[in-house]
Design a protein around this ligand. Structure first.
Ligand code: CO
Ligand code: CO
Length: 326
């Protein structure tokens, strides 16, 4: 889940149609996933499905599954079971394609220790695939999107630029081999990053997906008394992303996301338009963005896991300041 059009609608009918006041709803709409308490067990529930962004069906299945599982990890939870959701144009594709997608998803699920409980498909003009995921989380260690503390540093666990690279791939200016690095990252589960977030006592955490780094960062500060300062030159990029952005290869989603941020982000003049678009580039199966005490960066350093410190948390009014470090 994420801050999207549907989430805005859910937000608008909150109160009249939703009973999220129950003490059993530990996390309601607006976060990466919902958390519901059954007895002493906190259940994490989420759903996500996407359109193909790579040509190979098996790889698409692997990526889509990692993307769907990510929201459970973003809550500090562990996924346990999932249902598959498929919209399938049966006139355009052979059933074999759907089988390959599912096999790819199963490979990712196996790596995550998640079982497939079933699924549902329907005929549609455009192919879509994803999972509805159930997980569990320690009710005292839920990683919410909000709650970052002044003085914390911001850590990102994957480089960005997937939307720009897959746009170049779709445009035919780019071969499959050039997005191998992006595919490797999209396949990567956020399980390890989630464990480190818990170990480092992260005060807040989310995963970076369709709304881009800036949009998801904003979801962490909205309606709060803090701001995030993000250093554009400290944000890690996948290979070729800057060059492609300079060639105008940005997806429509990046422009849409940047427009949405126009009254929520304050950009230093040193951050040019390409850099702004990259920070707004929609990601699929992106990394975790979290706030941790500066001293606890050590947990990440000691682990050897990929991570970059991209900014800090300051007192403020729920905005994102984008600057340059150098
Ligand atoms: Co999501
Ligand atoms: Co999310």
């Amino acid at each position: 889940m994420g801050p999207g059009d549907l989430m805005d609608v859910i937000e608008s009918i909150r109160g009249e149609a939703l009973d999220t006041t129950s003490a059993r709803v530990l996390v309601g709409p607006g976060d990466d996933a919902g958390v519901y308490l059954i007895g002493d067990t906190a259940i994490v529930e989420t759903v996500d499905f996407i359109t193909p962004l790579v040509n190979d069906p098996f790889t698409f299945g692997e990526i889509s599954a990692a993307n769907s599982l990510s929201d459970v990890y973003a809550m500090g939870g562990r996924p346990i079971a999932a249902l598959a959701i498929a919209a399938f144009p049966s006139c355009t594709y052979k059933t074999e394609v759907l089988k390959e997608i599912l096999q790819g998803a199963l490979r990712t699920m196996k790596r995550a220790g998640v079982v497939l409980m079933g699924g549902h498909s329907l005929d549609d003009a455009e192919l879509k695939f994803g999972l509805s995921v159930t997980g569990t989380v320690d009710k005292d260690k839920i990683l919410r999107a909000g709650g970052a503390k002044e003085g914390d540093v911001l850590i990102l666990t994957k480089p960005i630029g997937v939307g720009i690279l897959t746009t170049a791939l779709k445009g035919g200016t780019f071969g499959d081999e050039k997005i191998e690095e992006a595919v490797k990252w999209m396949r990567t589960l956020n399980a390890g990053a989630s464990e480190l977030a818990l170990k480092a006592g992260a005060s807040a955490c989310t995963d970076v997906t369709g709304f881009g780094l800036l949009g998801h960062a904003y979801n962490m500060v909205r309606d709060s008394q803090i701001d995030f300062v993000i250093y554009a030159d400290a944000v890690p990029l996948l290979d070729n992303v800057m060059e492609l952005a300079e060639d105008g290869m940005c997806p429509g989603g990046a422009y849409k996301n940047l427009k949405y941020m126009s009254d929520k982000a304050v950009f230093s003049g040193a951050v040019n338009m390409q850099e702004r678009l990259i920070l707004a580039d929609p990601q699929t199966s992106g990394g975790l963005l979290m706030a941790v005490k500066e001293a606890n960066i050590e947990v990440f350093r000691a682990s050897g896991a990929y991570h970059k410190v991209i900014g800090k948390v300051v007192n403020g009014s729920g905005k994102i300041a984008v600057e340059k470090k150098k």
